[in-house]
Unconditional design. Sequence first.
Length: 249
Amino acid sequence: MIGPGNSYQVDAGTETYRGFVIDNVYHSPNDGDIHYNVYIPANYDGSRPYALFFTLPGYEGLYFQGVVRNLEAEAFSFEAQKYNAEMIVVAPQLSDWGETSADQTIALLEYFLDAYNIDRDKVYANGYSGGGETMSRVLGKRPELFTAYLHCSSRWDGDLEVLAESRTPVYLAVGESDEYYGAEPTRRAYDELHGLYAAQGLSEEEISKLLVLDIKDAGYFEEKGMTNQHGGGGLFAFDENIMGWLFGQ
């Protein structure tokens, strides 16, 4: 597979799953082999810019769990299409949730930004659980690449000062009794980032446009038939207020 106007080492997948071409591999010159599943709208021909959405899964969706496990386990990739039918959706399957995967995510994103006609004002991302840890590191390295980011049921591991300088909007969503992380890491990230924005001289109104903290109580999950709040973070994909915020930026 060759990106328009540029040469890249990409092995295109030969099978599909719910409209996604699965198990593509980008051979990054600096970051190794990067596996990903991708949805390209049928009418994309490169003649006009399209929105781009990157979604990183939890532990169950990493590559060693099996090809396409991220798409089978989470709905973010599919629900996103309801907000913009003309959007390229990339669902990487990485190997961990640390620096290696963060660097690979950046490399894969830069490939798509260079090889496809992307609207740079419509580049979105979400990370769930371990994928949120990875994506927070990405936002701590290259936040300027994104229009907005949704952080789900996770903790923040990235550099908040770098993020604050870019002022990339971030929505932090977590259950108040998340069984894996708890809500405190998310609350601390919010407080620190809020403080950085306040130190920049931003008003509360200005900060509220850049930063949202959404801690869901038990009732939010129970009324949807979920008792596990961490696994229940997958419900955020179906929440129009949350997903609408992301794609409304």
